[in-house]
Design a binder for this molecule. Sequence first.
Ligand code: ATP
Ligand code: FE2
Length: 318
Amino acid sequence: MRVMGIESTAHTFGVGIVENGKIIANERDMYLSEKGGIVPTEAAEHHRKLANEVMRRALSRAGLSLEDIDLVGLSVGPGLPPCLKAGLDFAKSISDSIVEVNHCVAHIEIGRFVGKLKDPLTVYVSGGNTQIIAYAGGRYRIFGETLDIGLGNAYDKFARSIGLPMPGGPKVEELAKKGKYKELPYTVKGMSLVYAGLVTAAEKLAKRYRIEDACYSFQETALSMLAEVSERALAHTKKRELLLTGGVAANKRLREIMKAVAEEHGASFYVPDREYCGDNGAMIAITASLIGKAKKSEDVDIKPNWRADDVEVLWIKK
Ligand code: ATP
Ligand code: FE2
């Protein structure tokens, strides 16, 4: 079976192709705004303009034509409505039968696929999302998450406020290497994270101390909060694998901390290559292959607030 996956939930328009369980194409184009943030309607316009070209590139890479595709998977949420709608319109223009794929579930499935993992605890940290997820009783359950902004956006917001260029995450990480710790508010409520207060306090800190100290203190606090919740989830679920994914997984300090958390609990640690950590079409194709043809439908629609725990995971048998 040949499955095409389409991703368009936020910045990235991606098309991936999977043939008999093997990734044979994964092409993308990313919307970049001047200021580094995202204007949803502009991103959607980008997706509409580039969709066909990205798909052509993927087909050519796979040595296939559109008629060779048996099933199309579309990431219908969670995401920004204008971007989702651009993906929906494009998918409908190329196929009658589409399967709906949840974006967060797809991050887990591509991680399981490339890392050959069975049943991981997933720490998914991107610009817009920060969730700690694990399979239990037929669904991916969310064991912890941010109550306000995603960790990547927290890095970006803080970075912008101290005048760093976008994307801010890598810059903050770099500056943090030369910083010293100053106290900042640490907010974990049960299994939930809150980042906005930390961002504001770190901005203030940057006015009184060296920028390196503000970056270091921001990063150590933000990552410790995530580590605390992840560690508790690992202890509770007793999973034997820890999967770290999403754009923020590029952060070396985060990898170091998560690896230590995994080791402490006798779990293996895995981070997919960059190509599969960020948003991509292959993850949608892989997940659509698992969902299968039986679930295809003609009245597919966008689901901007679709949560991972709303998805019935029928492809994992226990
Ligand atoms: P999603 O829709 O899944 O939320 P996104 O487009 O918002 O996706 P990604 O592309 O997965 O996010 O990741 C981009 C984010 O990752 C940005 O916020 C960026 O600052 C952050 N990031 C990238 N590298 C690093 C790093 N080294 N340290 C911290 N944050 C980083
Ligand atoms: Fe994502």
